[in-house]
Design a protein around this ligand. Structure first.
Ligand code: ADP
Ligand code: MG
Length: 398
């Protein structure tokens, strides 16, 4: 789960990371008012979206008067900001953050990520901040410092100092730097984050170590342990299809093809999508209905998949271990009777109570295409989808 820059700064500040003074605004007028409250004569207006790369995309503006703040904020509000991290559809700007502009001498990159190979938190830092980490690793790979933290003892001060030395931080700023590193590490582990990134962390003209940007991502499966983090979720920044699914306790990933997939388990989802591609199709999404899929849950899944206009065929692929095929079949029949769909539906069931499941589908009188193996299901889905599209095109031409 992602949060906004201003929220990440608020959290990190509580862990001892120094951040500039700033204030949030929901309109251009409020942004100007906030700047007046902050005082000073140079401000940075920053679009709050769940994506980096805002600076290059017009989402971070230096302003030297209230007038400029009004203008810059007006340009941002209500727009879709497209950065290299948002995808072409962009992300809507509904909040801006106003900060005092800070004079600085150096920009540092600082990231905390989960390194799956070592199964530890890894600190990634570079003296070449300001650029994205991908750019740094392409252009200045030698500037990158990596350090993994031994979980039994946590981040040690000597280790933090080693990182600081490697970045060329002067001795007089050592304490501020280790405090920043320790703060990020504690926030990361105590709040079940999967990523903390400060880019840039700057050394100001008056010798302060200050986080000018902040990004935090949390483990979605752990936010229930942190209600104050869960509250920060901003649905305006999410794919609406995925938010709707999350609200219903389903795991949904939106994609760009035409075949909707209802499956149980992430592994089966991957295999199903691979097989659809092998058969010449493209998945529109996948929806994981999880372990105990009751008919109600399957019906919900169907409604959700059908709410995506790109879906021109639905493939249901269930391997029932804990699940029961008869329940899933019941769910498919209920869903299709309550909300008939005008696209082909292909169902492949395997595992517990498969015969009962097949009988329910057969007896339903619904035009469900059945398949026994995964490859057969994918091929039938692709063929049915192509035929259906061809027929619709012909009908439109007539
Ligand atoms: P993004 O990473 O999304 O482009 P940043 O918050 O990193 O957004 O801002 C882009 C750049 O703007 C920073 O690299 C920094 O040079 C400058 N900047 C951001 N905030 C401030 C600030 N408060 N004072 C001065 N410069 C800033
Ligand atoms: Mg940045």
């Amino acid at each position: 789960m992602d949060i906004h820059e201003y929220q990440a700064k608020e959290i990190l500040a509580r862990f001892g990371v120094a951040v500039p003074q700033g204030a949030l605004a929901y309109s251009p007028e409020q942004a100007a008012y906030r700047a007046r409250e902050l005082g000073g004569d140079r401000w940075i207006v920053k679009a709050q979206v769940h994506a980096g790369g805002r600076g290059k995309a017009g989402g971070v503006k230096l302003c030297e008067s209230e007038h400029e703040i009004l203008d810059s904020a007006s340009d941002m509000f209500g727009q879709k900001l497209v950065t290299h991290q948002t995808g072409p559809e962009g992300k809507g700007v509904y909040r801006v953050y106003v900060e005092g502009a800070v004079a600085f001498n150096r920009e540092i990159y600082l990231g905390f990520v989960l390194d799956r190979t070592s199964q530890r938190v890894m600190i990634v830092a570079s003296s070449q901040g300001g650029m994205e980490i991908e750019e740094i690793s392409a252009q200045r790979p030698e500037s990158i410092v990596r350090s993994t933290v031994e979980p039994a003892v946590g981040l040690q001060d000597f280790q933090a100092r080693e990182i600081a030395f490697a970045l060329g931080i002067p001795a007089k700023l050592m304490q501020q730097m280790t405090r920043t590193l320790q703060g990020c590490y504690r926030a990361f582990t105590e709040l079940d984050a999967t990523m903390v990134e400060i880019n840039p962390l700057v050394i100001t003209a008056d010798d302060r170590v200050l986080a000018l940007d902040a990004k935090m991502t949390f483990d979605g499966n752990a936010v229930f342990r942190h209600p104050h983090i869960a509250e920060l979720r901003d649905k305006s920044q999410e794919d609406p299809r995925e938010s709707r699914a999350a609200d219903r306790g389903l795991n949904y990933i939106g994609l760009t093809g035409n075949i909707g997939c209802i499956v149980n388990g992430a592994g089966l989802a991957m295999a199903t999508m691979d097989t659809i591609k092998l058969a010449g199709g493209e998945p529109a999404n996948f929806l994981d209905i999880g372990g105990g899929a009751t008919p109600e849950r399957v019906a919900k899944a169907f409604r959700l998949v059908m709410s995506d206009d790109n879906v021109q065929a639905i493939l249901v692929n269930i391997f029932a271990g804990i699940n029961r095929c008869d329940w899933v079949a019941e769910g498919v029949v209920q869903a299709l009777k309550a909300n008939p769909v005008d696209v082909p539906v292909i169902v492949r069931l395997a595992g517990t109570n498969v015969e009962e499941g097949q009988k329910i589908l057969a007896k339903s009188g619904l035009p469900i295409i059945r398949a026994n193996s995964l490859i057969e299901a994918a091929e039938r889905a692709v063929t049915a989808w192509k035929n259906d599209v061809a027929q619709n095109t012909k009908m439109r031409a007539v």
